[in-house]
Design a protein around this ligand. Structure first.
Ligand code: SAM
Length: 250
């Protein structure tokens, strides 16, 4: 069962996760644990200062290393108290590696991590050099803080934990779970605005439905994310039938 300790100046961001939807189900069932830690509580001066101006000048503020290190030490100590080994420390930053389903799977199968949410211009590099195991980005854009990135990670992990999703198969059929994008989905009625549901889905023939879905996944991935097809091919994860379906697309 993963436990995530989140270092954040804005604990209240995480309330919606605790009280709604899939994440709430993960926390309530004990499949995942979350504890937030506010570095302000570990700043030793009277103003509880957690940031300061950047050396070299320039706009904005930088998060101080010392309160973050004190907070991290408290979080790791709390983990030790319940018998957990020190956790890897994840920093959210636009300069990190892009978050992928592969990372998410690894964290879902692990004892969790300490997640560090940056603010302002970011975090003093010396905290990063001394403590951070992995730097993760949500994508090539800049958010105001790491909290939303941490929530994205927590939500994606929660979906993979046993018993959290209503239908256990849902996550295994999602995009990226076996390296492909998901297929299109349809529900009632069979015709909407003159557009019919693809006939194989109405056939009741499970093998035919599975083939149709696999072909649509291959086609969508080839069109939108051809690099994923290249990776699957390199890993030998495409069957002869998959290759035939792909060559029929050309
Ligand atoms: C305003 S941003 C700092 C941006 C930083 N000066 C830069 O240009 O790389 C404040 C914080 O938001 C978080 N953040 C912003 N964009 C992010 C992204 N794409 N992925 C993950 N975290 C992000 C990081 O924790 C960052 O320290």
């Amino acid at each position: 069962m993963p436990r995530f300790d989140v270092l954040t100046l804005f604990d209240s961001y995480f309330e919606p996760l605790r009280t709604q939807g899939i994440c709430r189900r993960a926390f309530d069932s004990g499949a995942m644990q979350l504890k937030t830690w506010n570095p302000r509580g570990y700043a030793t001066d009277t103003h509880h200062t957690v940031d300061d101006r950047p050396y070299g000048g320039g706009p904005g503020m930088v998060m101080l290393a010392e309160p973050l290190e004190q907070t991290l030490a408290a979080a790791q100590a709390a983990r030790r108290e319940v018998g957990l080994a020190p956790a890897p420390v994840v920093l959210f930053t636009p300069t990190g590696a892009a978050l992928t389903q592969q990372h998410v799977k690894q964290w879902a199968a692990s004892a969790g991590a300490v997640l560090v949410c940056g603010r302002y211009e970011g975090v003093d590099q010396r905290f990063i050099d001394r403590n951070v195991s992995v730097e993760i980005s949500l994508g090539d854009y800049v958010l105001s803080g790491g909290e939303i990135a941490a929530m994205v990670l927590l939500d994606a992990v929660a979906r993979l934990l046993p018993g959290v999703l209503g239908c256990a198969e849902s996550a295994s059929q999602d995009s990226f779970s076996d390296g492909l994008l998901d297929c299109p989905h349809y529900t009632r009625p069979p015709e909407h605005a003159g557009m019919a549901v693809p006939e194989p889905l109405l056939s009741g023939d499970h093998a035919r439905i599975a083939r149709w879905r696999r072909d649509r996944m291959l086609a969508l991935t080839q069109t939108r994310r051809p690099e994923l097809i290249v990776i699957l091919r390199q890993q030998g994860r495409l069957s002869k039938r998959d290759e035939d379906a792909l060559s029929n697309l050309d």
